[in-house]
Ligand binder design. Structure first.
Ligand code: PLP
Length: 389
């Protein structure tokens, strides 16, 4: 590793030089099929011609002005996100973590408006919301938190996918403002709750006057075959966080809200120097347009079905495979052993994949993969698993 970089990552022993669609080439010229999309970001694949054209054109015109003046592309992006989500207002930030920070700040404002001295947010075990102090405090993973105490207070933690546990808190805590949940937990290894869980949370929030916040940073933007994963159920959150694929790799995040949550801020209460600049906002508008015009949701649903069927038929009875789960192109294969070495074996086979929690193979391929590429991912992963001894 470079001695001048802080010691935060453990990168694979290679670097990529260029990409095209679902393919990546390393600095030695070797080609890889990308089954992780830079952690769920490059949904439209690498070097998408229209995205590239728009970035170059906008960079040649105007990259940044700060929010000192109106930014028409940011306004267009807000309109587009409001339409997709059926919500009211958007704050544009630069990352998923910042979108979460915005959501949490809204809960504090609303809690104080209600006269709470210590407004609380119910969060889930095994969740992941980012690495700022507030986001890591909301995160349900001790590894992410350890060493960063004192954590930000106000979080009440319950098991994921268990609405009874959330209901129990209503009996004992009277300063709760919100429930924060990933509709599908990503970093936890693609954990999909049973149908009805999100609806049960919605009903509970309505009954208690709590805000429901969906962290769709990983599960959103067509990843599961819907614009947002919660749209598989008839529920709507009060706040939604989105990032990753929004500008296909140009850093961006957004917090989308409706009702009282949408009106919580007034000028000076929140902001960002870079947030929503013309470059990132226009790129995001282009990404949303492409996702719409290509009917990407239908493609993801269809390709996901093909991949799940193939994985299940080949791996169902494998002694090391515990579970195959997910939705659309958000796929987790849980193994009953540490499979970290598989990452390196996959690279030798020209496939880039990700392992989370040491024993879960996580696949988040670009959403534009074709059938042959989907088959190649399935075939390579199955062979790697079949070759484990
Ligand atoms: C569900 C979820 N929330 C928040 C984050 C943090 O996003 P970022 O890394 O863009 O700050 C992530 C990143 O993986 C995520 O998956």
């Amino acid at each position: 590793m470079n001695q001048h970089l802080m010691n935060t990552y453990a990168p694979l022993p290679l670097a990529f030089e260029r990409g095209k669609g679902a393919w990546l080439w390393d600095t030695k010229g070797k080609r890889y099929l990308d089954a992780i999309s830079g952690l769920g970001v490059c949904a439209l694949g690498h070097a998408h011609p229209e995205v590239t054209r728009v970035i170059a054109e906008q960079a040649g015109k105007l990259i940044h002005t700060a929010n000192l003046a109106r930014i028409p592309w940011q306004e267009k992006l807000a309109d587009a996100l409001a339409e997709i989500t059926g919500m009211d207002r958007v704050f544009v930030a630069n990352s998923g973590t910042e979108a979460i920070e915005c959501a949490l700040k809204i809960t504090r404002i609303i809690g104080h408006q209600r006269g709470f001295s210590s407004p609380g947010v119910i969060v889930m075990e095994n969740s992941f919301h980012g690495r700022s102090l507030a986001a890591l405090s909301a995160t349900g993973n001790r590894k992410v938190q350890a060493g960063f105490e004192p954590l930000v207070g106000g979080f009440l933690r319950v098991p994921f996918a268990n609405s009874d546990a959330v209901a129990k808190i209503a009996e004992t805590s009277n300063e709760v403002v919100a429930v924060l949940v990933e509709p599908i937990q990503g970093e936890a290894g693609i954990q999909v709750p049973e149908n009805g869980y999100l609806e049960a949370l919605r009903a509970l929030c309505d009954e208690q006057g709590w805000l429901l916040i969906f962290d769709e940073i990983q599960s959103g933007l067509c990843r599961t075959g819907r614009w947002y994963a919660h749209q598989h159920e008839p529920v709507q959150p009060d706040i939604l966080t989105t990032a990753k694929a929004l500008a296909n790799g140009v850093p961006i995040g957004a917090c989308v809200a409706r009702g009282a949550a949408a009106d919580a801020f007034s000028p000076g209460r929140h902001g960002s120097t870079f947030g929503g600049n013309p470059l990132a906002s226009r790129t995001a508008c282009t990404v949303l347009d492409i996702m719409t015009s290509q009917n990407l949701n239908a493609h993801v649903a269809e390709t996901g079905d093909i991949m799940f069927a193939a994985f299940r038929s080949r791996l169902q009875d494998h002694p090391y495979v515990e579970d195959i789960r997910g939705r659309g192109l958000m796929i987790g294969i849980e193994m009953n052993q540490d499979v970290n070495p598989l990452k390196h074996a996959a690279l030798e086979q020209g496939l880039l994949l990700n392992i989370t929690r040491n024993n879960i193979i996580r696949l988040l391929p670009p959403l534009i993969i074709d059938e042959a590429q989907a088959e190649q991912i399935v075939d390579t992963v199955c062979k790697l698993i079949e070759e484990l001894d």
